[in-house]
Design a binder for this molecule. Structure first.
Ligand SMILES: C[S@@+](CC[C@H](N)C(=O)[O-])C[C@H]1O[C@@H](n2cnc3c(N)ncnc32)[C@H](O)[C@@H]1O
Ligand code: SF4
Length: 417
């Protein structure tokens, strides 16, 4: 437990340092300097209703605003093309990208006409798994559909205010069964460690997932950022992070025979799956309000202010509002965290990529995690042990919380502006 606490505290501090970049007026996006595979991330922040535990970048849906937003998003895509970018994959995240399926289709069709895109991944919610929506998503080339479920337990669904929006555990199961086989990958997003979630509830969730035999399951540990802490505490109770390891062990044990870990919290059946883009792509552009991108060794964040986002694109300006240039050690640490989140890391590859001896630069981190039994080193390859997988869950949880806190900080600036 002590080591987990230490890892959590260090990750908290380091992640906050990473994201200590001051939002300014406006920044340019660099031209691509080489032809490496890149991912295009598109953010659609609208949701019909907001869930109380969620601290991601989302707002309540309004059709007029959302239509203007999608138009701006398409303009931004064109600006990246004009700068000389090409992308191999597109990931549309939210919010709920499928709130306006016609706008989403038009946007995906545009991206596919401009870039050599081979993979399309889209997030959605169970109420949008209707026949016309699925047909349209298939039509615009969606390979991976990711559905937010969180739990199949009706009591918990009610507590997290999703039951009345997306139906009972049984109804969601039915919809997922009908969707199975329509896309290359059907992913289901779940959350573990809700305060009132018992081990029995988690076992039931796992039983249902295995009965549906979904292609991929992502089990996020509950993340509570500063802004959701109070609301969460009032509605669901206080989160006990110390329970996390036992719940995570249950997940890995029950999925062990049929699934392999694609990342520390994403489990896939079979071989050909599209996994988390932060692991598979060295660079990604973040488009849409509040999106964060990583290009040419710098982190970029677009403005969180939706009207400002739309205005700036109408004027033909990039909506980038914050930027941080990372030094060599920061870039190496970022790769160390992200690549090992995908279970293995090749130190030779990292050395070639950064032009410095990766092993020497990362010696303190590698030594620490080897001593704690989290990492195995075989030649130039580092591999996470089962214990290490849970440490990486903690570190990525803290990374996402830091990103969410950064978002809250930027949103607060909008309010006071
Ligand atoms: C940000 S949502 C976007 C897609 C869709 N709106 C949905 O609800 O699934 C993607 C996933 O993030 C996860 N998520 C949201 N808030 C979270 C939190 N506070 N802690 C852990 N995971 C969270 C949920 O599993 C959710 O399905
Ligand atoms: S969990 Fe999904 S549906 Fe709920 S508020 Fe967050 S983004 Fe919206």
């Amino acid at each position: 437990m002590l080591i987990e606490k230490l890892i959590c505290n260090v990750a908290r501090k380091k992640n906050a340092d990473y994201l200590r970049f001051t939002p300014g007026e406006s920044y340019e996006v660099p031209r691509p300097s080489n032809a490496i595979p890149r991912l295009l991330y598109l953010h659609v922040p609208f949701c019909e209703e907001l869930c109380p535990y969620c601290s991601f970048n989302r707002v309540v849906f309004r059709e007029d605003i959302a239509r203007a937003y999608f138009k701006a998003l398409r303009k931004e895509i064109g600006m990246y093309r004009d700068l000389g970018y090409d992308f191999n994959a597109v990931y549309v995240g939210g919010g709920t990208p499928t709130v306006l399926i016609d706008e989403l289709s038009e946007t995906l069709a545009l991206a596919r006409s401009m870039f050599r895109i081979r993979e399309v991944s889209v997030e959605t919610n169970p109420n949008h798994l209707t026949e016309p929506n699925l047909a349209q998503l298939k039509d615009v080339g969606v390979n991976r559909l990711s559905v937010g479920v969180q739990t199949f337990d009706d009591g918990l669904l009610k507590a997290v205010e999703r039951y009345h929006k997306y139906g009972s555990g049984e109804e969601i199961t039915q919809r997922l069964k009908e969707t199975m086989g329509r896309f290359d990958t059907l992913n289901v997003d779940m959350i573990f460690n809700f305060p009132t979630q018992t081990m029995e509830m988690l076992e039931h969730d796992l039983d249902v997932l295995m009965d549906i035999a979904v292609d991929q399951v992502t089990f996020y540990p509950l993340m509570v950022s500063t802004s959701t802490e109070k609301l969460m505490g009032r509605k669901l109770g206080r989160v006990d992070y110390d329970r996390g390891q036992d719940l995570y062990r249950k997940i890995t044990e029950m999925l062990h025979d049929d699934y392999r870990p694609s990342t520390a919290w994403c489990f896939s059946r079979g071989d050909v799956m599209i996994d988390e883009y932060v692991v598979n792509y060295d660079e990604y552009a973040g488009l849409g309000s509040g999106s964060i991108g990583y290009l040419g060794g710098s982190v970029y964040s677009n403005t969180f202010d939706i009207p400002e986002y739309v205005d700036r694109l109408e004027r033909g300006e990039f909506p980038v509002a914050a930027r941080k240039d990372c030094g060599t050690r920061e870039r190496l640490l970022y790769d160390f965290l992200m690549k090992l989140f995908g279970i293995t890391l090749d130190l030779d590859e990292l050395t070639r990529k950064h032009g410095v001896n990766a092993y020497r630069y990362l010696l303190p981190e590698i030594t620490f995690f080897r001593l704690t039994g989290a990492l195995i080193k075989t030649g130039p390859t580092l591999t996470l042990t089962p214990k290490g997988q849970y440490y990486w869950v903690i570190m990525m949880r803290e990374f996402f919380i830091a990103v969410n806190n950064f978002r809250d900080y930027c949103r607060a600036l909008i309010k006071t502006a």
